[in-house]
Design a protein around this ligand. Structure first.
Ligand code: SF4
Length: 387
């Protein structure tokens, strides 16, 4: 094997970089997407870059676009966002999922407004010190808004680089990060970042990539070796199955009990109906033991009474959890309502006021399921009779 001297090796790498980046940038100039949060070259408004990048995490461009417009209309700059209350921010985020992102946006906006006059630092290292900003977002803001040579690595970038290099082992993030950084050109960092993301999103797609319109079809190891379907090799995340109950509690005037989720982690701060779940396997370590899981490991009712099993359930998948909740209903007398409110922090609201509260997609599914009309059965009240 021929060993290259350090100087020669550097010049080869420089050449690869220059060929790669000019091909990619040429493709981007011809075929890059126009997106509401994007300009050609460095974006003059890092707030827009930041908000869009946070929204795009785990979410498709198509889903994000209407949310982005609504969010920007409500919170056009970092000061407005910082001054808003968290419920208002969560309400704008309603349905987008992964609500921790909204809370972190809000927290960081408050921090920047209080400590940096609402201005973002430009460097990766300084951005990384901000609350709620991790390596991916720091690199995105630094490159897209300040044209700094900081490589972003997301699912799209991993796929493009793994296929180009023909990497058959399980993906190693540090390795991809190093390759991505090496491939970045000295100039046009912002366009380069948009370009590699776009290539992964619209050409080098997970299934049936459009290699015919890829600028790297001559050089791609995966294409050359017929290995596209096998690359990238990503270890699948194991999801935990959980099953439980959700409680639709009405009072005599038709109000429904809601509460703010105080438990840290999943869905924190959002409005919910009381619910609890345990891990399917019988290992209840994942169940909300403090919140309605009894000694036998099943979910108990939050108040004794004449509960109705609606026979309905909703399923929802979070990053690590597959959840199924069975819907139970009860109508409380005035006395039972008073006793229930004594022991639970929350309140009864009419359904017509639901839109004022930030419900998660999981809770919206429950509302939808409950409000579906059951086929009328003789002598048996339908769900609509409850409202
Ligand atoms: S040639 Fe095909 S597999 Fe290779 S990078 Fe381009 S689109 Fe992806």
């Amino acid at each position: 094997m021929k060993i290259l001297s350090a100087d020669k090796k550097n010049s080869v790498e420089d050449e690869i970089r220059s060929v790669f980046s000019s091909a990619l940038l040429g493709w981007y100039d011809r075929s890059g997407r126009d997106l509401p949060w994007r300009v050609r070259g460095a974006h003059p408004n890092p707030y827009i870059v930041w908000a869009a990048e946070i929204m795009l995490q785990q979410t498709t461009v198509k889903t994000v676009i209407p949310y982005f417009y609504r969010f920007m209309e409500k919170f056009p700059d970092i000061q407005t966002l910082a001054e808003a209350d968290i419920e208002g921010v969560l309400l704008m985020w309603q349905g987008l999922g992964y609500y921790t992102r909204a809370r972190k946006l809000h927290e960081c906006a408050k921090y920047l407004t209080a400590n940096r006059d609402g201005k973002f630092p430009e460097t990766y290292a300084e951005l990384l010190k901000l609350p709620g900003i991790g390596p991916y977002t720091a690199a995105s803001i630094s490159s897209l808004a300040f044209d700094k040579r900081e490589a972003v690595v997301d699912g799209n970038v991993i796929r493009v680089i793994s296929r180009l290099y023909g990497i058959l082992e399980t993906v190693s993030l540090p390795d991809i990060q190093k390759k991505a950084q090496n491939l970045m050109p000295e100039k046009r960092a912002a366009d380069y970042t948009s370009a590699i993301m776009d290539l992964g999103a619209v050409v080098c797609t997970p299934k049936n990539p459009n290699c015919g319109s890829c600028p790297f079809q001559e050089n791609c190891a995966a294409l050359r070796n017929g290995m596209i379907d096998k690359i990238p090799l990503i270890q699948k995340l194991q999801k935990t199955g959980k099953t439980g109950k959700v409680f639709w509690i009405e009072n005599e005037t038709g109000g429904v009990f809601i509460q703010k989720r105080t438990e840290k982690g999943l869905l924190h701060g959002l409005t919910e109906f009381p619910w609890s779940a345990v891990v399917d396997s019988g290992d209840n370590s994942g169940g909300d033991k403090s919140d309605g899981v009894n000694e036998s490991g099943s979910v108990s009712f939050p108040i004794a009474g004449d509960w109705t099993d609606t026979g309905k359930s909703v399923r929802h998948v979070f990053t690590h959890i597959r959840l199924e909740l069975h819907i139970f209903k009860i109508r409380l007398s005035k006395e039972a309502e008073a006793s229930f409110l004594n022991q639970n922090s929350g309140f009864f609201v009419p359904e017509s006021a639901f839109s004022d509260f930030p419900f998660s997609t999981l809770m919206k599914k429950i509302i939808l399921e409950v409000s579906k009309q059951d086929p009328p059965k003789k002598g048996i009240p339908t769900l609509s009779d409850y409202f």
